[in-house]
Design a protein around this ligand. Structure first.
Ligand SMILES: [Mg+2]
Length: 161
């Protein structure tokens, strides 16, 4: 299986605004542990983890590589944009972004035809569009009260099937 994760607020607890700052911690302790455990498990079980973000691909890569090599080394690929948030001037609506992500999922599917793709994102429309074109997509819900997501619950539900 290929697990495709959105980055901001799906893996992270705080939004990076597309360009994570190496000095800043976007994971709270609880979330960090969940993400490290999930990535570890994906690698251990012979599956694949990909990050798909509308944020800046190089910045996200550099951030994880330097700050969280333990996560970075378990990732197969990081897909993002070259401009980060600046690209918002080109892509204006959430629906267009959802279509952009769906196109990337199709690209991944073409690249790894024998693998089943599971897509997780905290933005509902991204999940809806991906589901609509036939992907298994799950909505990760961010809980601002205890600052955690239920990403581990979703992950364990998927792998137990
Ligand atoms: Mg997000």
């Amino acid at each position: 299986m290929i697990f495709v994760f959105d980055f901001d607020k799906t893996l992270t607890s705080d939004h990076t605004q597309g360009t994570p700052d190496i000095e800043f911690d976007y994971f709270n302790e609880k979330q960090l542990k969940k993400v490290i455990d999930i990535m570890d498990d994906i690698k251990k079980t012979g599956n694949m983890a990909i990050i798909l973000s509308r944020g800046n691909e190089n910045k996200i890569t550099e951030y994880l590589k330097i700050r969280y090599p333990v996560i970075y080394h378990n990732l197969h690929m990081i897909l993002g944009t070259s401009l980060g948030l600046a690209i918002e001037s080109v892509i204006e609506s959430d629906l267009e972004w959802a279509r952009w992500k769906a196109d990337k999922l199709i690209m991944i599917q073409n690249q790894f035809p024998l693998n089943k793709i599971v897509f997780l994102d905290d933005t509902l429309i991204n999940v809806q569009i991906a589901n609509k074109i036939g992907f298994n997509a799950y909505h990760v819900i961010y809980n601002s009260l205890n600052r955690t997501t239920n990403i581990d619950e979703i992950y364990h539900r998927i792998i137990s099937v």
